[in-house]
Design a protein around this ligand. Structure first.
Ligand code: AMP
Length: 165
């Protein structure tokens, strides 16, 4: 009896350890893509950041724009620039956003590049839209990448060679 309790307890500990190790790896490595069209999802992670329900390292803020550090940076500078309005992707943003929202977002990208000292060295602005674009968070965002060479075209060509597509 005592032996089976000890065994079950050990099994439980092993299960708990595996799930604790797996959670952060899984959520980052296999992030699911989302559609660029459809209703705005209030529960997305950037909506939570905008509502201050979860923390973010804010780099820039204006009436219609928020910019913060990406939680998994792929370059020394990796900032996410988002409209404060509820836009799922560039599709509804271009249809529904006001001129001031659009202008502030574009200007913010340049302002932040200067603020992060990458204006001179150069940078890349990337937007992923929908499944094929690799969008994982259904709130419009631009990745501002810099601090070292951003060779996105080269990595895509490598990918093509690897997969044969
Ligand atoms: P995308 O794949 O273009 O939709 O990009 C989503 C980005 O959001 C990824 O680069 C993630 O690392 C980033 N991200 C996810 N959650 C957070 C968070 N809580 N704070 C900052 N960045 C995040």
């Amino acid at each position: 009896m005592l032996k089976s309790i000890v065994l079950s307890f050990r099994f439980l500990i092993i299960l708990l350890t595996i799930s604790l190790i797996n959670v952060p790896l899984k959520s980052h490595a296999s992030a699911d893509t989302v559609s660029a069209i459809g209703q705005y999802d209030e529960s997305n992670v950037f909506a939570k950041i905008l509502r201050k329900e979860i923390p973010a390292t804010v780099i820039f803020e204006s009436a219609h724009v928020l910019a913060f550090e990406d939680i998994h940076p792929v370059k020394p500078v990796h900032i996410l620039v988002i409209p404060k309005g509820k836009y799922r992707s560039i599709l509804d943003f271009s249809e529904k956003a006001s001129d001031i929202e659009i202008t502030q977002l574009i200007k913010a990208l340049a302002t932040i590049a200067k603020k992060m000292n990458i204006a001179q060295s150069g940078f890349s602005i990337m937007n992923n839209s929908g499944h094929d674009g690799g969008q994982t968070v259904p709130h419009l965002h631009f990745h501002l990448l810099g601090g070292e060479k951003v060779s996105w075209e080269q990595s895509l060509r490598h990918q093509k060679k690897d997969t044969g597509n």
